[in-house]
Design a protein around this ligand. Structure first.
Ligand code: ADP
Ligand code: MG
Length: 259
């Protein structure tokens, strides 16, 4: 297989594309006409104050919520009516919330189960919990990728906060996604752990389309290739970090008095 060139259609085609994507909760427009494109090799940061609609957007892009209107394409295919499992099957991965980590199980078991849950039907999952198989290899690769190999045998509940977030990313990686949607993966981390995870995100963006929701502007401006700024469900600005930093609209509405 030859190395992909710049004209490779698989690279030019967005992995995930939203156009005018909207989600209403009753009378509330949580996400109102958001357009964005995620490409493999790019780290796309979404910033905005609390309540801006960032998590709702993530849930739309991962298939957990169904959009009210707009367009949503995964690898060029219309995904507006897809059930959630089709998003996972099509390579859309997201970080798990902490509650999905089984605290009494080891790192390896957690990642294996995450891989199996996505790759195999539920009945096989029940049967093969103790069996060897491809999920182990996939899990080990994912654990190594996030730098947790030395802790693979540890019980998840004993990990540091930062390691637990690494574990969540490994769980998302285990199914081999092309798109990674990470909703505040650095939340609650100290500066050192934060820096390490930021470096990991940068590394993962080389072979994934990565969407990062993050409040720490130092981190965002350091790692993002492109940014979308949301306020009240709408896109206020979109562009490179330099463009966003220079935007008067962003400064007025957000950066000047960010939480
Ligand atoms: P952010 O992640 O940017 O803080 P959210 O996407 O969580 O914002 O929320 C955007 C808006 O949508 C908020 O006003 C929130 O209260 C509302 N919202 C989010 N999820 C729901 C839901 N399931 N039902 C009703 N309103 C919701
Ligand atoms: Mg949120």
């Amino acid at each position: 297989m030859s190395a992909p060139g710049i004209a490779d259609p698989a690279l030019l085609r967005p992995a995930l594309e939203a156009v005018g994507l909207t989600k209403r909760f009753g009378g509330l427009v949580a996400v109102g006409g958001v357009s964005l494109t995620l490409r493999v090799g790019e780290l796309h940061a979404v910033i905005g104050p609390n309540g801006a609609g960032k998590s709702t957007l993530t849930n739309l892009l991962s298939g957990e919520l169904r959009p009210t209107s707009g367009e949503l394409r995964v690898n060029g295919e219309d995904a507006m009516r897809w059930p959630a499992w089709r998003f996972a099957r099509a390579g859309i991965g997201r970080s798990f919330q902490r509650t999905d980590v089984l605290r009494e199980m080891t790192v390896l078991e957690n990642v294996r189960l995450a891989a199996q849950a996505r790759l195999t039907p539920a009945r096989r999952l029940l049967r093969s919990a103790a069996a060897e198989g491809p999920p182990i290899a996939a899990a080990e690769v994912a654990i190594a990728r996030v730098g947790l190999s030395a802790a693979a045998g540890r019980v998840a509940g004993t990990l540091s906060h930062g390691q637990q977030r690494q574990l969540e990313i490994a769980m998302a990686l285990a199914a081999g996604p092309t798109v990674l949607l990470l909703d505040e993966p650095l939340a609650g981390m100290g500066p050192e752990e934060s820096e390490r995870l930021a470096a990991l995100l940068r590394e993962l963006a080389r072979d994934h389309a990565l969407l990062l929701i993050e409040h720490d502007m130092d981190v965002v401006f350091a790692v993002a290739d492109c940014m979308t700024v949301m306020v009240d469900g709408q896109v206020l600005e979109h562009g490179t970090p330099a463009q966003v930093r220079g935007s008067a609209a962003v400064r007025d509405a957000y950066l000047g008095h960010a939480a």
